[in-house]
Design a protein around this ligand. Structure first.
Ligand code: 5AD
Ligand code: SF4
Ligand code: FES
Length: 353
């Protein structure tokens, strides 16, 4: 079968023509998919062994001035109970997380102007001085070069900023008031400053075609980020995209596996969105080459309010419960939990890379 030879080529050369990538994306042959996931897992094991890294997620503000058409937290959605955690609450969550063994804290929030650079620098400095052994990952959107530099100098190690889609027209149609060029500018600035950077995209976006997905792979191959988040688009009823269909498990797994084969050293999360559309979605992604999970450390009373999409899993579960639950799930796939910082494979902490 020609698809199997494409996968072998991709495994060896870590690259493949656009048209052949397109054929693999469109294949629904179970033999092809099984082979694809197996080769992806083999590649992941080569660089990261059977370990899966854990990140503690802190959703510290659901206030967002932007209007991304797919997102439930968009400004125009007035049916959101908006919140901000205080610095004390954030530090409490870090303390709980640290005791559970987490050595990465991911500070994720909407684009909330209340958090000025000075406030963020103070927060980062404070977390870092309490937990010098932990890595800090920011996921707070588009900023100026100088702002990114200030957070980095204060001790932030990594930054997640999904590119969402590498097709300029599709990007601009989904992000009123924002531009694809600025998104890419941010990712390049972050990399230059010295962060481990995370890009990524959604599958099944309205209007997304195979060509767009091939563009995502090509974009990622060129950018060469350290982390790549891939999850299905899940329509939210309070957004302009409420009546569209979402991404499927199969398409998402294919994209995770192809990404592992194209950008083999990348840290690839098994996303909560995938766990939301399929109760075994996260296990499937781990078997298809993902190597990171991001359980939630936010206080349970705000979890439901961080509703980028509906029916999100784990909203009622304490951090300690998720910690145990996810470990069992990881073990069921034949992998194991690694509670270390989980840096990119070639990363040497404190070295400019
Ligand atoms: N469905 C799936 N993923 C979503 N995101 C935002 N809204 C949705 C949705 N409705 C993703 C975006 C964003 C990340 C934090 O969550 O990719 O970058
Ligand atoms: Fe805001 Fe992020 Fe949602 Fe866009 S995806 S509306 S930036 S919270
Ligand atoms: Fe949260 Fe399973 S990971 S309940």
């Amino acid at each position: 079968m020609k698809e199997l030879s494409y996968i072998d080529y991709l495994f060896e050369r870590e690259n493949l023509d656009d048209s052949k990538l397109g054929e693999l994306i469109e294949s629904n042959n179970p033999k092809v998919l099984e082979y694809l996931y197996g080769k992806s897992l083999e590649k992941k094991i080569k660089y990261y062994d059977k370990s899966i890294y854990m990140r503690g997620l802190l959703e510290f503000t659901n206030i967002c001035k932007l209007n991304c058409k797919y997102c439930g937290l968009r400004w125009d959605n007035k049916n959101v109970d908006r919140y901000r955690l205080t610095e004390e609450q954030i530090l409490d969550c870090c303390s709980t997380g640290y005791q559970l063994g987490y050595r990465t804290f991911v500070l994720q929030g909407g684009e909330d102007s209340y958090y000025t650079d000075d406030k963020l620098v103070k927060l980062i400095t404070n977390i870092k001085s309490n937990y010098p052994a932990a890595a800090i990952t920011l996921s707070i959107g588009e900023k100026a070069y100088e702002s990114y530099k200030k957070y980095f100098n204060a001790g932030a190690d990594r930054f997640l900023l999904r590119h969402e889609t590498a097709d300029k027209d599709l990007y601009n149609s989904l992000h009123p008031g924002s531009s694809y060029e600025n998104r890419v500018r941010c990712l390049k600035d972050l990399k230059e400053i010295g962060y481990q950077i995370g890009a990524g995209f959604m599958t099944g976006l309205p209007g997304q075609t195979t060509k767009h997905l091939v563009k995502d792979l090509r974009f990622l191959k060129n950018l060469d980020p350290h982390m790549i988040g891939i999850g299905p688009f899940i329509p939210h009823s309070e957004t302009p995209l409420a009546n569209f269909s979402g991404g499927t498990v199969e398409l998402t797994l294919k994209m995770v596996a192809l990404t592992r084969l194209m950008i083999p050293k990348a840290l690839l999360p098994s996303t909560t969105a995938l766990g939301t559309i399929d109760s075994l979605g996260r296990e499937k992604a781990i078997r298809a080459g993902a190597n990171v999970v991001m359980p939630n450390l936010s206080p349970t009373n705000v979890r439901e309010k961080y509703e980028i999409y509906e029916n999100k899993i784990c909203t009622g579960d304490e951090a300690a419960h998720c910690r145990q639950c996810i470990e069992k799930r990881i073990n069921s796939t034949g992998s194991y939990v690694d509670m270390g910082r989980g840096d990119y494979v070639d990363w040497r902490t404190n070295n400019v890379y």
